[in-house]
Design a protein around this ligand. Structure first.
Ligand code: CO
Length: 463
């Protein structure tokens, strides 16, 4: 049996270990080698990479995608798309979602892994539909979480819903790395018995369960797993590619991976990792095993965010209270999976509750929007008293939120005028207005400096 490997070093490993600060120039030279290693796909775009390119790296994310595509000619490129949220933190109108997918395909994307934080599949319908229309691979996600209302039966139902949307494959997305080996085995088995699609598993090494969980998933018939080349594996990143390749081959599985090429890739990334450590971009903390996440059932990334928030408010001594408050807030909100943007929303509210000394004395703007139904349907019941307190007599919307949004692409394109040079620029602007505008202006300045410099040089040369 063949197990497909998706390499995450360019996206999730990059995002989970060094806050997505890897510039294109750090991996350009290894792209052709990655292309011939035998991976099923390279996860290289989407998630936080788009925002990070514009905000921190002065890179055009679209240009990055085109450059990757020009070097990776055989292996499929894969991205993570937050459904109706695209790559941002709120819902966008349908015209933007469709155009975003169109342009991603045009610029080289092959596989769209699409999720909604609430597993409200109305919020991925449009993205899936457009991916299918464009002839690309649509992979629908089930965001994995544990709660009194989440069980195998519910996950199987979700799998069937995804199948009826017409996706090509299903990904079980364990963003927190809390899925144990037996849970993985049971869930993969149940899905394989009830849907006809390939099943992929995405997890993290955060709690140390990752590699064991992946092996058990494969034993249950899982078709593909996500791993990261070893120098960028472990901790909050994925389990190591070479380790899983070694173990699965020993167990009689085919992986299609070439050991020598994997070594070449790892040797390339080792000194880059060393640089990140010495520059302080890579913190030892994220490389370790964090079993507290198993007790608190909150993702490692969320834990470090909570710590940062409390430190900023000089209230780190309240951490224990916040960790106890977090599951309460999550319960009141109907047990959303703790993935972007829900993890931030639940965390911020738990901090507010503890610091203000009274539960829901202050309710964040995002939680209010959530209660109004602007993020979709809550997985479970929302606490009645909280709903009453925030909404009063206002009724939450029950339609898909994007139905209430007007198209914005053409309007924005007109407004931007010359500032945007392409439809891709317009999409970048819609996703991250201030950040994109700043990037466009810098790009302009940088180019005019280069032109002035070249003219000066030419004048001097001709003297
Ligand atoms: Co992940």
């Amino acid at each position: 049996m063949k197990v497909n490997f998706t390499e995450t070093v360019l996206r999730d490993a990059n995002q989970s270990l060094i806050a997505t600060r890897m510039p294109f120039s750090d991996f350009e030279e290894i792209l052709e080698v990655l292309d011939r290693a035998g991976y099923y796909s390279l996860e290289c775009w989407g998630g936080a990479t788009f925002d990070s390119c514009l905000r921190y790296l002065s890179e055009d994310p679209w240009e990055r995608l085109r450059k990757i595509k020009s070097k990776v000619k055989n292996t499929k490129l894969q991205m993570l798309l937050r459904g109706q949220n695209i790559l941002g933190y709120k819902h966008y109108p349908d015209d933007v979602v469709r155009l975003f997918v169109d342009h991603a395909v045009k610029n080289g994307m092959d596989i769209f892994r699409i999720f909604d934080a609430l597993n409200d599949f109305r919020n991925i319908e449009v993205a899936v539909d457009e991916t299918l229309k464009q002839g690309a691979h649509a992979q629908g996600c089930i965001c994995y979480t544990t709660s009194p209302i989440h069980n195998l039966e519910k996950y199987v139902q979700m799998g069937k819903q995804l199948e009826s949307l017409g996706v090509h494959s299903i990904c079980i997305k364990d963003m927190a790395g809390i899925m144990g080996p037996q849970e993985a085995y049971d869930l993969v088995k149940a899905l394989k018995n009830s849907v006809k699609l390939p099943v992929f598993l995405h997890t993290h090494s955060t709690t140390g369960l990752g590699p064991i969980t992946l092996v058990k998933a494969v034993e249950a018939g899982c078709d593909g797993i996500d791993t990261a080349i070893s120098s960028f594996s472990g901790g909050t990143s994925q389990p190591a590619t070479e380790t899983l390749n070694y173990a699965l081959k020993q167990m009689g599985y085919e992986t299609g991976l070439n050991n020598k090429t994997l070594k070449e890739i790892n040797d390339y990334f080792k000194p880059i990792k060393a640089d990140y450590i010495s520059e302080g971009k890579l913190d030892a903390f994220v490389m370790g095993t964090e079993t507290d996440a198993l007790n608190y059932q909150i993702p490692g990334g969320m834990l470090s965010n909570l710590i940062a928030q409390l430190k900023a408010q000089n209230a780190i001594d309240r951490l224990e209270e916040v960790l106890i408050e977090t599951p309460q807030v999550r319960k009141d909100l109907g047990y959303p999976p703790l993935v972007t943007p829900m993890s931030q929303m639940v965390g911020v509210q738990a901090v507010l509750n503890v610091i203000s000394g009274e539960r829901y004395k202050n309710v964040s703007k995002e939680v209010k929007a959530y209660l109004r139904g602007e993020y979709g349907r809550a997985p479970g019941e929302i606490a009645k008293d909280l709903e009453k307190k925030v909404l009063g007599d206002e009724k939450p919307i029950t339609v898909r939120f994007a139905e209430t949004l007007e198209p914005v692409f053409e309007k924005t394109k007109k407004e931007l005028g010359d500032l945007a040079r392409s439809d891709e620029d317009v999409l970048s602007y819609i996703a991250f207005p201030q950040v994109a505008e700043k990037f466009f202006k810098e790009r302009e300045e940088c180019e005019s400096r280069t032109i002035t410099y070249t003219i000066k040089r030419k004048q001097e040369d001709s003297k």
